[in-house]
Design a protein around this ligand. Structure first.
Ligand code: C2E
Ligand code: CA
Ligand code: CA
Ligand code: CA
Length: 276
C-alpha cells in the first residue's frame, strides 16, 4: 500500500507541475495579449419585449489567439482573476467600451461585466468616474453587470461600492440570477436596476419539466413586486420568446435576437428577429 501511495503522490506532483506550468503559460499569453492589443470587444443586442427595439448591448470580451481563432472568456477569465490580470484587462474593457459607445450615432446603453475581483481590489468608483469623464459617455448609458459571487464575499463592502457607483449615475444589473445560493438575499441587500435571469432556465424551458417555467414566472413576479425589470438571457427560439412575452418579461437577449458580434456588425444588424 505504501509503495502505491508513493506512486500516487508522484503522479499527483507531476500533474500539479503540469497545471502550474499550464497556468504560467496562460498568464504569460494573457499579458502579451494585453500589451499587443489582441483583445477585442463584441456586442450582443438586448431588446425590449414590448417594442422589439434594441435597448442596449452587452459587451463581451474576445481574445484572438495566434491562429486567428477566438478563445472563449470562460477559458481565460478564471486564470485572469486568480493572477490579478483581470484588473488591467477589466480596465481596458471598460475604457474601450465607453470610448466606442461614446462615438455611436444612437445613444444605446452598454452593459459591461465586472469581475468580483475588480469590485474588491480597486477603487472602482474612481476608475469608472475617470473613464466616463475621459470618454464623455453619459453615465446613464453605462450599466455594470455583477454576479452574486461579488456580493457574498463581503456584502457590506460590496454594497457600499455599488452605492458609490450608482451615485455616479450608472445602473447596476444582477447577472446570472437564480444560479447562486443566495439570489434572494442578494436582491434584498441592494437596489439593483435590473435582474438578468440566467440562461440555464431558458435551456430547460424546452424540456418536459415544468420547474423552469414555474421558476421563470416566480422571478418575473419578484421583479414586478420590487419594480425591477427582468431581462431573460439565452433566448434562442421563438417559442421561448413567446412564453416570456406571455409572462410579462421586460427584455430579452440571446442568439434569436443577435449573436455577440464586432461593434459595426452588431449595430448595423440591430435586432435580428424582432420580437412580436
Ligand atoms: P455572461 O456575462 O453570462 O455572458 C453571456 C454569455 O452567454 C456570453 O458568453 C454569450 O456569448 C452567451 N450567450 C448569449 N446568448 C446566448 C444564447 O442564446 N445561447 C447560448 N448558448 N449562449 C448565449 P461568452 O461571451 O462566452 O462569455 C462568457 C462569460 O465570460 C460571460 O458570461 C462573463 O461571465 C464572462 N465575460 C465576458 N466578457 C467579460 C468581461 O469583459 N469581463 C468579465 N469580468 N467577464 C467577462
Ligand atoms: Ca453578463
Ligand atoms: Ca449572464
Ligand atoms: Ca414586467
Amino acid at each position: 500500500a505504501k509503495a502505491s501511495l508513493t506512486v500516487d503522490v508522484c503522479f499527483y506532483e507531476a500533474d500539479m507541475d503540469q497545471a502550474v506550468r499550464a497556468r504560467r503559460r496562460v498568464t504569460q499569453a494573457l499579458r502579451e495579449a494585453l500589451d499587443n492589443e489582441r483583445f477585442e470587444l463584441h456586442y450582443q443586442v438586448q431588446a425590449s419585449v414590448e417594442t422589439g427595439k434594441a435597448t442596449g448591448y452587452e459587451v463581451l470580451l474576445r481574445w484572438r489567439g495566434d491562429d486567428g481563432d477566438y478563445i472563449s472568456p470562460s477559458d481565460f477569465i478564471p486564470v485572469a482573476e486568480e493572477t490579478g490580470l483581470i484588473l488591467p484587462i477589466g480596465e481596458w474593457v471598460l475604457r474601450q467600451a465607453c470610448r466606442q459607445a461614446a462615438a455611436w450615432e444612437e445613444p444605446h446603453r452598454i452593459a459591461v461585466n465586472l469581475s468580483p475581483v475588480q469590485l474588491s481590489h480597486v477603487d472602482l468608483p474612481r476608475l469608472v468616474h475617470q473613464v466616463l469623464l475621459e470618454t464623455g459617455l453619459a453615465p446613464s448609458r453605462l450599466e455594470l453587470e455583477i454576479t452574486e459571487t461579488a456580493m457574498i464575499s463581503d456584502m457590506a463592502r460590496t454594497t457600499h461600492v455599488l452605492r458609490q457607483l450608482k451615485a455616479l449615475g450608472v445602473t447596476i444589473a444582477m447577472d446570472d440570477f437564480g444560479t447562486g445560493y443566495s439570489s434572494l438575499s442578494t436582491l434584498r441587500a441592494f437596489p439593483f436596476d435590473k435582474i438578468k435571469l440566467d440562461r440555464s432556465f431558458m435551456t430547460e424551458l424546452d424540456g418536459a419539466a415544468p420547474q423552469s417555467r414555474a421558476i421563470i414566472r416566480a422571478v418575473l413576479t419578484i421583479g414586478e413586486s420590487l419594480s425591477i425589470p427582468v431581462l431573460a438571457e439565452g433566448v434562442e427560439t421563438p417559442e421561448q420568446l413567446a412564453f416570456l412575452r406571455a409572462q410579462g418579461c421586460d427584455e430579452v437577449q440571446g442568439y434569436l435576437l443577435g449573436r455577440p458580434q464586432p461593434e459595426a456588425d452588431a449595430l448595423s444588424q440591430g435586432v435580428a428577429a424582432t420580437p412580436q
